[in-house]
Design a protein around this ligand. Sequence first.
Ligand code: SF4
Ligand code: SF4
Length: 341
Amino acid sequence: MATKKISKKNLSKLIGGWSQKFTVFVPSLENEEATWAEWDGKDTSFLDWYRNTVIPAKANFFLPMEEMFSFQKDGQGYQLELPKLDEGKRLIFGIRPCDAKALAILDMTFKDAYEDPYYLSKRRNTVLVGLGCTNPYDSCFCTSLGSGPSDAANVDLMLTDIGNDFLIEEVTEKGKALLAKASGIEEASGADEARAKEVKEASSKKVTREIDTQEIDKRLLACFEDKDFWEGVAAKCISCGVCTFLCPTCYCFDISDELIKKQGGRFRSWDSCAFSVYTKMPMENPREEKWRRIRQKVCHKYEFYPMNFDVIACTGCGRCIRLCPVNWDITQVLARLPAAV
Ligand code: SF4
Ligand code: SF4
């Protein structure tokens, strides 16, 4: 993989050049919480405080609420109109490897299993510039899931902080094209690459939380019907849904119609399998009890998604641990699973 570098003092010029062609999103503080926002054209101070965003990058593709179509009733019945899809070119600067991997996991549902035009219009027109994580949280466990704080697998360009400069890896052709006419780019030296290797190794060692994924689907299957086990797991959960809304791989949604007189729209909005009414149907609710909902959340990621797509739908980003109001911890649950049968 070809490597380049850029001095940190030239970074805003580099992003500025990209912003001529792309709408650039960077980490930004909103009500003191880190989220993604359109770059203001100058500020790179996020480099001083950014560890990861609270709102994952999935929100840039799978919107918290989005209109699917509008409708109008006339003498012929309902006339539908599809919204103009957002095909604008975007660049996300600074995405962490865990969240880039989460997008690849979402692609399996929104691109491979069926084609979701709302998600894909944005996903296909976005380039991802990754920023290696040098200060992971103690809730992170990405290294147990085949990734790591410097994993370049799912981005177009990967930046590593090597002191006064960022080393840049050109991961894809799209990434290479981003650098072709960029100003301030220099060739990286052997010493730069060696420094980047040290930084990556040190970052990886900082991820100390671990899970054992060996036969995890079989271990979940072994206790699937164990109500006592799952009731214990679910005991302190208050079904707030925070862990699922903020999980970068969760994609449950609800569909609702808004109607005023004879016109309106159909919207989809984020939903959560943690909510008691999520699976409510006219005749029954198959997950009325909390333990069944918690079981679904864990098994969907570690048993059902691997069954369907051959990949665990958890990146170890740790959000569901550090943002849960009652300190529910998925790694503790996974550590308590019985042996496979
Ligand atoms: S964030 Fe915690 S309390 Fe809220 S639904 Fe998830 S596990 Fe339950
Ligand atoms: S389950 Fe938790 S650790 Fe895994 S991807 Fe979702 S929020 Fe991150």
